[in-house]
Design a binder for this molecule. Structure first.
Ligand SMILES: [Zn+2]
Length: 378
């Protein structure tokens, strides 16, 4: 699929841009944890009308809860920036929604919806979806309904020619390309469903998997929440009430906070600084590029998966992360110049990473520093 090949290229370009213009000031939001909230449907796409006893439909409830959630996050979590795919009764395409989240480099994507059953169905309860395949008929119906918005869009044949959820084979590549985010998406989905069940005292129908367009094309952890069934009278009354919306918003907020707290370091004790034998060599003032070798400064290791943003690393930018077994290692900088990496190491030490040390990679493989320095220098 075209998109799958395109993404690494985009990421590489972004990386190049950041490396090449390291001294340029980044927009302030780059230092924040960004959450993109996506109120489902909007404009001419009303979503499910429910029992039709209300003038409001799915799109209205989704927007109310989304805006309330965003406000609660903004008011209480200063290190988080909230963005929306829509804040009014308008109709962004599914394509636009995913693109916006990718362009704005969101760290998390939450799509908010309400569920429906065919006439006569009395199902109720919440569901939270992550990307995946399913053979369960009810799950398939939900995805079909939420994806069908596509057909309301102009030029849908052109825009979505690569997307065919009815062909599991064609979806496998798409799902694989999102695999790295799946674990985190499931974690958030679990927090959300637990909150609905325990704090909100609602019926949770659990965490489920399916192919939703907005989940498949957002390159970050992402979930799609079905707050409840508008085709169930009692649940429709609840979700239309101010009290009901408040309860659901508070539960979503608790879950998001739990998720973000696990990724944003609030407590410096959480990172165990590795005490390793640092390689000591006095750097000369000249450039010392070792061809084929990449140096990085290892600053920390932890069982916690943290966002590689400056607020987690005493303001240091250009942080990368690597997973080794159950431990995440965190690195500062990357360069082929041994002298440059030494200045990075000193900078990291000054910031408080007292045991920071240089690591080296040759042709993508980790090698000892001594080995790397023996390579032919330019
Ligand atoms: Zn929906």
């Amino acid at each position: 699929m075209k998109t799958n090949y395109f993404l690494p290229f985009v990421l590489f370009t972004i990386l190049l841009t950041f490396t090449a213009f390291k001294s340029d000031a980044k927009p302030p939001k780059a230092d924040k944890f960004i959450i993109m909230i996506d109120p489902g449907h909007g404009g001419r796409d009303t979503g499910t009308p429910g029992t039709k006893r209300y003038r409001t439909t799915e799109k209205d409830i989704a927007l109310d809860v989304s805006l309330a959630l965003g406000k609660m996050i903004t008011d209480n979590m200063p290190h988080v920036e909230v963005l929306y795919t829509r804040t009014k009764d308008v109709f962004p395409s599914l394509n636009d929604r995913a693109n916006k989240a990718n362009t704005d480099k969101a760290d998390l994507f939450i799509s908010i919806h309400c569920n429906a059953q065919p006439k006569g169905g009395s199902a109720y309860g919440s569901e939270t979806y992550v990307l995946g395949t399913t053979k369960n008929q009810q799950n398939l119906e939900v995805a079909k309904r939420e994806n069908s918005v596509i057909f309301l869009e102009d030029n849908y044949e052109e825009n979505y020619k690569d997307f065919d959820p009815n062909s599991p084979e064609s979806m496998i590549g798409l799902i694989l390309s999102q695999e790295e985010y799946l674990e985190q998406s499931i974690q958030l989905a679990n927090y959300i469903e637990t909150e609905f069940q325990v704090s909100a005292n609602r019926k949770s129908r659990g965490v489920k998997q399916n192919v939703f367009y907005v989940l498949a094309y957002t390159y970050m952890p992402s979930v799609l929440v079905e707050l409840g069934f508008l085709t169930n009278k009692k649940e429709e009354d609840f979700l239309n009430s101010k009290k009901g919306k408040n309860i659901m918003t508070k539960s979503l907020y608790n879950a998001v906070k739990k998720y973000v707290d696990a990724r944003v370091k609030n407590d410096t004790q959480d990172i165990a600084i590795l005490v390793d034998q640092p390689y000591v060599e006095k750097p000369s003032a000249e450039t010392r590029i070792i061809e084929g070798v990449t140096f990085k400064v290892q600053i920390a290791a932890s069982s916690k998966q943290l966002e590689t943003k400056p607020y987690n690393f005493k303001g240091l930018k250009d942080i990368s992360r690597e997973k080794n077994g159950r431990i995440y290692k965190y690195f500062y900088g990357q360069t082929s110049d041994y002298n440059v990496i030494n200045t990075y190491k000193n900078e990291a030490k000054e910031k408080g990473y007292k045991s920071a040390f240089i690591v080296a990679y040759k042709d993508g493989k980790k090698v000892s520093l001594a080995q790397a320095l023996k390579s032919k220098a330019n």
